[in-house]
Design a protein around this ligand. Structure first.
Ligand code: NI
Length: 181
């Protein structure tokens, strides 16, 4: 079933999402199925958390192609669902990167994120996994994880002059910086 995407201001995006009791239950499988169908309908997207579909459960999805990847994940990341993820910060270092979100259409902002984390979670097959993530992979995970705790990326921003309409940011801010670099 294709579900509607909750947008910033909707209270579901501010809730602490519930733990999934059984990663292998039919209920969990149905949520993952609905997330998959909604994503297929939407087109290529880097990530989605269940609360963005008005489902206040601790389930996230993410993927990115090698074109968006950095040196830490040169092949990108295949479509991945994580259930009850827990993130541990593995170092104080942060970096700034541009983020966008389906729940805040047409805007983007520059967000500081930890560059090295460990994530422990269950896969959609109910297997427990634990892995380290760095760079863009760590950023995407922190963005999606934050949705489970009611946090949207502007709440992580430290310089609101780096928040703007997507078209204008891509044209004037990022374009300019690419030329200067
Ligand atoms: Ni988001």
């Amino acid at each position: 079933m294709i579900l509607k995407i909750a947008r910033m201001g909707h209270p579901v995006l501010r809730q602490i999402a519930e733990e999934v009791e059984d990663p292998k239950s039919p209920e969990t499988k149905k949520i993952i199925q609905d997330m998959t169908e909604t994503l297929e309908d939407f087109g290529p997207v880097a990530g989605l958390a269940a609360p963005q579909l008005h489902i206040s459960k601790r389930i996230i999805f993410y993927t990115f192609p090698k074109e968006r990847a950095d040196e830490h994940t040169p092949d990108g990341i295949p479509p991945t669902f994580l259930i009850n993820p827990v993130i541990e910060i593995l170092g104080e270092e942060t970096d700034l990167g541009w983020e966008a979100c389906l729940s805040l259409p047409d805007v983007m902002g520059e967000v500081p994120r930890y560059t090295h984390i460990r994530c422990t979670a269950f896969t959609k097959d109910g297997e427990k996994v634990s892995f380290e993530a760095k760079g863009f992979h760590a950023r995407v995970l922190q963005h999606e994880y934050d949705h489970l705790d009611g946090i949207l990326y502007p709440m992580r921003m430290t310089d609101m002059s780096r928040f703007g309409m997507m078209g204008e940011v891509l044209r004037y801010v990022r374009g300019q910086e690419a030329q200067e670099a």
